[in-house]
Design a protein around this ligand. Structure first.
Ligand SMILES: C[S@@+](CC[C@H](N)C(=O)[O-])C[C@H]1O[C@@H](n2cnc3c(N)ncnc32)[C@H](O)[C@@H]1O
Length: 248
């Protein structure tokens, strides 16, 4: 989501997502209040829920626009006095440190809504797992979800998906570029004014990378995690696999 307009419309795109149930699913593993890293936090839907429940949250995202919206959301929900930080950084580089540079490990890490499918290759994915392992306390959870290739047939019909809402119309096109790399091109028409039919057009291209779940598990084990649970949760789409990893 490089464009400001896409970041601004992101929450409208996601309005059908049941973040509350998803949050409850995360809390079924992360029971005790503590420190939490929300990697690829986006507009902060999960961060605000953890903050509201007394966690200390650090949200990390590459997109300044998404972080701005997260910050505004935190203020709108009167959570600005809670313990939170929002940091613009790549999740494959991020290290949570004290002022003296020492690693300050957190209790738990989450990375939601197929953010890992934006990682461009196996070495980026492995770097992500290495950093998570470094940033996480022993026995802490790293929970993330990844989509499989089936997501594309689930969402697209003949590689096209049309989404019409009062605020916008969007046309999504999918193309498989290689064994693992998929292109999703979005034409977004945002209504300029609620009283008329004038729309402004934006275009965004996203690349999604598909990883073999067996490879993810093997690589996680190599980087200091045990597999606590893996699940596909029909509520959030059959083609989405949740990885619940525990740092050993
Ligand atoms: C699909 S959104 C998910 C946002 C949020 N976790 C949620 O569930 O609503 C993916 C987010 O990950 C961010 N992102 C993608 N790759 C990233 C990377 N390598 N480092 C940091 N952020 C990244 C994007 O900017 C975007 O905000």
């Amino acid at each position: 989501m490089e464009h400001k307009e896409f970041a601004e419309i992101y929450d409208v795109f996601m309005k059908h997502v049941d973040y509350d149930s998803w949050y409850n699913f995360l809390r079924s593993f992360i029971r005790e209040k503590g420190t939490l890293l929300d990697l690829g936090c986006g507009t902060g839907e999960f961060s605000v829920r953890f903050l509201r429940d007394g966690f200390s949250v650090t949200g990390v995202d590459l997109s300044e626009k998404m972080l701005d919206i997260a910050e505004k959301k935190i203020a709108d929900k009167k959570l600005e006095n809670c313990d939170f930080k929002l940091i613009k950084e790549n999740i494959i580089d991020f290290e949570s440190t004290f002022k003296n540079g020492e690693i300050c490990q957190v209790d738990n890490i989450i990375c939601n809504f197929d953010t890992v499918n934006y990682l461009k290759n196996g070495s980026e994915f492995e770097k992500f797992l290495e950093k998570c392992s470094k940033n996480l306390k022993k026995d802490g959870f790293l929970i993330f979800d990844a989509v499989t290739e089936d997501i594309f047939s689930e969402i697209f019909e003949n590689d096209v998906f049309l989404d019409e809402e009062p605020e916008y119309t969007s046309i999504w096109r999918h193309e498989k570029l290689s064994q693992r790399k998929h292109l999703v091109e979005i034409d977004l028409f945002v209504r300029e004014n609620s009283n008329d039919n004038l729309f402004r057009k934006y275009n965004d291209i996203q690349y999604k990378f598909i990883y073999d779940p067996k490879w993810i598990i093997k690589t996680a084990q190599k980087n200091g995690f045990e597999i606590f649970d893996t699940a596909s949760n029909p509520e959030f789409g059959e083609s989405r696999i949740f990885f619940v990893l525990k740092k050993i």
